[in-house]
Design a protein around this ligand. Sequence first.
Ligand code: NAD
Length: 311
Amino acid sequence: MSEVAAAPTPTIGFIGLGRMGSPMARLLAEGGHRVLGYDLSPEALAQLAGAGGTAVRSAGEAAAADVVVLMLPDSTVVTAVLRDDAVVSALTPGRIVIDMSSSEPVRTRQLAAELAQRGVHLVDAPVSGGVRGAQTGKLTIMVGGDTEIVDRVEPVLKLLGRPVRAGDVGAGHAVKALNNLMSATHLWVTSEAMVAGQRFGLDPEVMLSVFNGSSGRSGSTDNKWPNFILPGSYDSGFGLRLMLKDMKIATALARAVGVEPVLGDEAVELWSHAADDLAATADHTEVARWIASTALPPSDANTARTEGETA
Ligand code: NAD
C-alpha cells in the first residue's frame, strides 16, 4: 500500500511585527510554521526570536519563504516593501503574498496585477478584533483573492482567526475600510452621548447597560467604552492615525463609485481635528477624552442655555 506524503508545512515570511504582527507571527510559529520575521524595529525582532520565530535582517530574506505575510501600516509602505529589489528577486513565480494590513483596495488591485505579471499571487486579508484578537487567534479576517489561491492559504489564516471570503482581490481591503468608517462614526456619537449623559447626571455604567440591551448598541458600547475609556486606560492598541487612514480610504472608495459620503466626510473632519491636537502615538479611543475636553464648563453651559431660552 503506497502512502501519500503529507504536504510540507509552508515556511512563512512575516514583515511588520508591530502591535498586531508580533502576536500573529507568534501564533503562526506555535502552529508549526517556520516563521522568518522582519521589522525595522530591533525590539520587535528580538521579541519574535523569543516567541519561537526566526528574526531575519531584511525584507528580502523574509520574502524567500513559501508564503509572505505583510502586517504594515498602509499601502504606501506595502508598495515600497513589495518593490524593494531584494523582495522582487525573492518572490519567484508561484509564491503567495498575503497583505493583512488595512490597505487601499484600488492600490491592492494594482499591486496584484503587477505581481501577477511575474507569476506571484496576492491575497488581501485585513483583520478586525484588535490586539486582543491578534493575541488569542480570534481575528475576523476579510479575504479577497482567487478562490484556488485562498484555498491554499486558508489553513494559515485559520491559525489567526475566522476567515470570511469577501470576493476578488481588493474586496477584503474594501470591506475593512468601510467597517472602520462605521466603527469610528459609532465611537464619536457614542462618546458625545456618554459625555452628555454624564453631564445630565446619569451613571455611565447604567447608560452602557441600557445601550447594550437597546438599539444604540455597537462595538463602542460593548467593548471600547467599558474596556478602554471608562477605566481611563486608553490602550486598545489601535492608533488614532491608523483609524483616520482607514476612514479616508472608505470615503475615497465611496466617492469613486458615485456615493457622496456626507456623514463619512463629517466624521473624517471631526477625527482630523482630534488628530491635530493629540500626540502622534495617541490610541484611537482617546477621541472620547478629547470630546469631553471640548465640552463647555458646566457654568458656561448653563449661561448658554439661559441665553438660548431668552433669545
Ligand atoms: P504598528 O505601527 O504597531 O506596526 C507596524 C509595524 O510595521 C511596526 O513595527 C513598524 O516598525 C513596521 N514597519 C514599518 N515600515 C516597515 C518596513 N518598511 N519594513 C518592515 N517593517 C516596517 O501597527 P499595527 O497596530 O500593528 O497595525 C498594522 C496594520 O494593521 C495597519 O494597517 C492597521 O491599520 C491594521 N490594524 C490594526 C489594528 C490594531 O488594533 N492595532 C486592528 C486591525 C487592523
